[in-house]
Design a protein around this ligand. Structure first.
Ligand code: ADP
Ligand code: MG
Length: 262
């Protein structure tokens, strides 16, 4: 299994949309995918038709055992989605209580890594959707993953948020054996606005190595897909957004190959 996390300490930048779009395309390619919703808001969970306020069992259950994960528990928590090859480890609002704990002291930093280790045989990919703040859950997402996708909305102020995320990553990398490779993905790009054009230029200048050279355009079909509870490619495989996500997936798979060889 390969584990990808999608994270940025800013909300509304396309994290959940990117997680589901990429998971959907992987599933379409025949991969078995588990998506993990680590955001207490539970947007990914809602996307697939579950109410994070009402779920009795969720990813939160995994954090209730002092950092160890009982055998079989992650598998019991899986829910089905609109795509037969995508299973969901759902969020619940209870997760918010974890955010207030300090990641260093709680001993809960590896709960998701340990949980996914139990699912290693059952899935080809895990895609983790992360909360927009640095706490236990973000630390878990980054500790569990082998590749990080950072969506960046192409608008003013985005660069500050990106720098904050890259600093967070540098901090996390100190406790990892290998630095976590990351790919910056410009999102919500609108070529008619100065903000989009200038942000894209600044980010490309600052992170020439890490940025994906394409961008995800503003595409209302992505919003329509979420309303329908379908992955973007299930909803409309030819929409501009899906075409862009398909190019991104190709890039991420190529980057992964390079990382494996190195
Ligand atoms: P995050 O998870 O970072 O908070 P979301 O993926 O939930 O961000 O996106 C925020 C909102 O913007 C959602 O309503 C989503 O449907 C919409 N959205 C995301 N990406 C696009 C896009 N490329 N074009 C149009 N709407 C988008
Ligand atoms: Mg989200």
């Amino acid at each position: 299994m390969r584990v990808w996390a999608v994270a940025n300490q800013k909300g509304g930048v396309g994290k959940t949309t990117s997680s589901i779009a990429l998971a959907g395309l992987l599933a379409e390619a025949g991969k078995r995918v588990v998506v993990v919703d680590l955001d207490p808001h539970g947007s990914m969970t809602s996307y697939f038709g579950y109410d994070p306020d009402r779920l009795e069992h969720s990813v939160y259950d995994l954090f209730l055992h002092k950092g160890s994960v009982p055998a079989g528990l992650p598998g019991q928590l899986l829910l089905s989605t609109s795509h037969e090859h995508i299973s969901l480890l759902p969020s619940s609002t209870a997760l918010a209580t974890l955010e207030r704990q300090s990641p260093g002291q709680s001993g809960l930093g590896l709960v998701i890594a340990k949980s996914l280790a139990q699912l290693w045989q059952d899935f080809d990919y895990a895609v983790i959707d992360s909360p927009p703040l640095l706490g236990v859950l973000m630390v878990n997402a980054l500790a569990a993953s082998q590749q990080l996708v950072i969506p960046v909305q192409t608008e003013h102020l985005a660069v500050k948020g990106l720098e904050r995320m890259v600093n967070t990553l540098a901090m996390i990398n100190r406790s990892r054996k290998q630095a976590l490779p990351f790919t910056i993905v410009p999102t919500l790009f609108d070529r008619r606005t100065q903000a989009s054009l200038s942000t894209l230029r600044v980010v490309r200048d600052k992170f020439p190595q890490e940025i994906w050279q394409g961008y995800i355009p503003v595409d209302t079909r992505l919003r329509d897909a979420s309303r329908a509870g379908l992955t973007p490619s299930q909803f409309d495989g030819k929409s501009r957004g899906v075409v862009a996500y398909r190019a991104l997936l190709k890039h991420l798979l190529a980057a992964q190959l390079v990382a494996q060889v190195a």
